[in-house]
Design a protein around this ligand. Sequence first.
Ligand SMILES: Cc1cc2nc3c(=O)[nH]c(=O)nc-3n(C[C@H](O)[C@H](O)[C@H](O)COP(=O)(O)OP(=O)(O)OC[C@H]3O[C@@H](n4cnc5c(N)ncnc54)[C@H](O)[C@@H]3O)c2cc1C
Length: 447
Amino acid sequence: MSSDSVDSCDVLVVGGGVAGMSAACKLAEWGLRVQIVEQAPTLGGAVLRRAQKGQNSKLNGVHEPIWRDLMARFDRVRKLISVSICTTYTGTDSTGEIVITNTSTSTSVRLRPKAIIVATGASERVRPRLGWHLPGVMTAGALQVILKTSLRAPKKRVLLAGSGPLLLAVAAQLTRLGNPPLAVIEEARPFRKFWRALSLPAGYLLEAANYMMILKVAGVPILQGRFISRIEQYAGGLRVSITGEDQLCFETDFLALHDGIAKNSYGMRPGGMPIWYEAGDCALGLGARASRAHGEAVAIEVIKQLRVCPVESVEMKVRTKVLLDVLSREMAAQSTLAEIYSVDEQSVLDELPHEVIICRCENKSLSDLYDLGSDPTNREIRLNGRFAMGACQGRFCAHWINMLRKKAGTAEGDRLIGSHWPIKPISIQALMHESDHASSTERECSD
Ligand SMILES: Cc1cc2nc3c(=O)[nH]c(=O)nc-3n(C[C@H](O)[C@H](O)[C@H](O)COP(=O)(O)OP(=O)(O)OC[C@H]3O[C@@H](n4cnc5c(N)ncnc54)[C@H](O)[C@@H]3O)c2cc1C
């Protein structure tokens, strides 16, 4: 790499979802030059996901107007924003220099912005179950990505299981694309908390009512208070045993699991970057509406810190108040949702048989974890046990390992995953081949 770094933006925004886009628009509206890096081939993030070839995804539902509004703002300030798609934020060093990597061309660029806003969203949480590592088992979020980007449903049988409102959304989306799922197996009992649910904002209730209507018309059963006890392979696909009030068994080709979402701030650390903020789901995990407001609120903080305007304007103060009101409303809504969908995960983990695979990357089981002794250190778990060492770097298994350790009353904290960079594996070629420009267009990006 050469010694000069590219210095072409004031603020780097990592992630082109609703929070990143909202932050970028606000910054550019105040005259700041913004660089957005987005690892996916299109902007939009998890909820406003674009279909391949830029088609409007008809599955974004109630969130689509947010996208249109953001795009209209984006178009007005377009000349101040450069966008690099298929580009991963790789890390910040102790001097504040940043490396971003274009995964399509395997080239890296160094940047030295004045500030960085990390808006990398949420990742999906899926609890280990007996047989969850088998082919045909996926996450509901991964299935949703396929549906939203291809606008096609898999032609085979699909079963959805776990907990949370995303299961209903994906079930309704499958149905709209012509392949209703066999059933939705929900561990919680949200319908029993119907009166509590009525305190949710109208937008949430309308969205839920729409999904329920689609599923009712298609005859998709929603079974509550039931858990998967075993997933097995048989000649025709997967056999999924369910326990709860009764014992059930489903034969399916695909099983999509989901147990909530977690903040995706893995490995993120400011290094030498003086102005560093996290925005949206990676900071709060409060959903799309809150992420949009939070992106803008964080951008206002950055504008203030960069002293773009000598004194805080009245307009800025009023806007900040509006955004904080949105955030507190969304916080209340999300805590109601958490109550409605509450599941005692610790007791479910307590009952896991020892042969359950905990780390799918390295094929390590619960009994491998217990073989490390009664109170293994983080190093022992990683180096001797090979947990949190695979391709996902612990994003899937670390949370559950920490819960299992808490159960055993272990002393060491829950920092099983580190904060070192590169935050995602990149090729040596990408590290060695430096490009002098950060932009890449959708045409350059192979999917
Ligand atoms: C699998 C999944 C499905 C969801 N589906 C729904 C839904 O149907 N309805 C709903 O209301 N909410 C849904 N959510 C919640 C939803 O993600 C959010 O509330 C909302 O999208 C958050 O906006 P955001 O901008 O904070 O994050 P996101 O929209 O997730 O955007 C983050 C962006 O950052 C990019 N990124 C991540 N890491 C890097 C990196 N290192 N370098 C460069 N780019 C990076 C990602 O590719 C992504 O585009 C879902 C969440 C998940 C995890």
